[in-house]
Write a protein that binds this ligand. Structure first.
Ligand code: NCD
Length: 357
């Protein structure tokens, strides 16, 4: 459990809010609902969202100028307590493409009142007074639950109900990344039933693989086999494995990539999460354990897809390895990141209840 200090110096745990706040199921209606975990989505909700993402992608492709009427007058705030390129910028671009406005503290949260010691609950409610939707990334597990809890207690003079969307809570979840990842699998593989999905790397600390595994189960994908490949100390947490097994999925856990590489349809490569290691030597010892190179990819199926949430470091070899991998038609990670913007446009339109999307 990650314990942080509040502005008053008291010990404080965001994780407690995973018990205090119960996420609302989408159940056919996204409007006004905080997005904190993939467990909120059903198959039908995901179909609905992905249909909209596809149609928005088509409208962007065609240069449809009426898109900017959809979100006109709405304001999105980004509040990132951890580094981000893709999540932050794709959300911003998504909101701009829908014609909405984006606000954030000038120079990032380190120049906000967080620097003066303000706690998350107060910062969130300040932002909630100004924005209709807040995208939050924070290092503490449960921080998005905490945000949702306090936003629900905020009674604005305009009787608005600002919505929080998690952009990743520590080693917990990254629900919108999972949405774009699943969308990308269905986009490139025309569905997900009967596939072998292999996740490789830091499955312990990587929030993207936690959310994606659970989301595939929420999507009720048929006959999917999960292969989790990692060094022993970076295994997929037991609670995620249990979640899958309880829903009838086959889970194969191994530290030998070669056991599963040649039969995998989706290969989801991940970075060893250096920032989650207390001891730098532990990170150094493990960081080169699984390295995707052109030689490794040559042993994968000819119609497999290679995904990565990015950023990539040692786990994809050198710049020249990148250059070769990037040209391989199986490498879909740039398409994956581009899809992120369309899926986030769809999600923003839905949680804000925007007409015309
Ligand atoms: C991921 C994250 O922040 O969890 N990045 C992302 O959002 N695209 C993966 C990572 O940082 O390794």
């Amino acid at each position: 459990m990650v314990a942080a200090k509040t502005g008053n110096g008291e010990a404080h745990s965001s994780e407690a809010f995973t018990r205090l706040y119960s996420p609302r199921k989408i159940d056919g209606s996204f409007t006004g609902k905080h997005i904190v975990t993939v467990e909120q989505f059903s198959y039908l909700d995901l179909q609905d969202l992905f249909q909209l993402a596809l149609s928005l992608r088509e409208r962007v492709r065609q240069g449809d100028r009426s898109l900017i009427e959809i979100g006109a007058g709405k304001v999105m705030a980004t509040l990132f307590y951890e580094a981000s390129t893709r999540t932050d910028m794709s959300f911003q671009a998504a909101m701009h493409r829908l014609g909405g406005a984006v606000v954030s503290t000038s120079g990032g949260v380190q120049f906000s009142s967080v620097y003066k010691g303000e706690n998350l609950a107060d910062t969130l409610r300040a932002v909630g007074c100004y924005a209709d939707v807040i995208v939050l990334r924070h290092p503490d597990v449960g921080s998005s639950y905490e945000a949702a809890y306090y936003l629900d207690k905020l009674h604005t003079r305009l009787d608005r109900h600002p919505v929080i969307v998690s952009g990743g809570d520590g080693i917990g979840e990254h629900p919108t990344q999972a949405l774009l990842d699943l969308f990308t699998i269905t986009d490139y593989k025309n569905g997900i039933d009967n596939l072998t999905v292999t996740m490789v790397g830091d499955l312990r600390n990587g929030r993207t693989v936690h959310s994606l595994s659970k989301l595939i189960a929420q999507y009720e994908a048929k006959n999917v086999t999960f292969c989790f490949v990692s060094p022993d100390i970076l295994q997929m947490p037991a609670y995620i494995q249990d979640f899958l097994v309880q829903r009838g999925y086959q889970v194969h856990q191994t530290s030998e990539l070669d056991e599963v590489l040649a039969t995998s349809d989706v290969i989801y490569w991940t970075r060893v999460q250096e920032e989650r290691f207390a001891n730098p030597a532990d990170y150094e010892a493990i960081r080169d354990h699984f390295v995707m190179t052109p030689e490794v990819l040559s042993r994968a199926k000819s119609d497999a897809i290679l995904m990565h949430p990015l950023p990539r470091k040692h786990e994809m070899g050198t710049q020249s390895d990148h250059d070769v991998l990037d040209e391989d038609p199986r490498a879909v990670y740039f398409g994956q990141m581009e899809n992120g913007m369309f899926v986030r446009m769809a999600l923003l339109a839905k949680v804000l209840g925007l007409a015309g999307a």
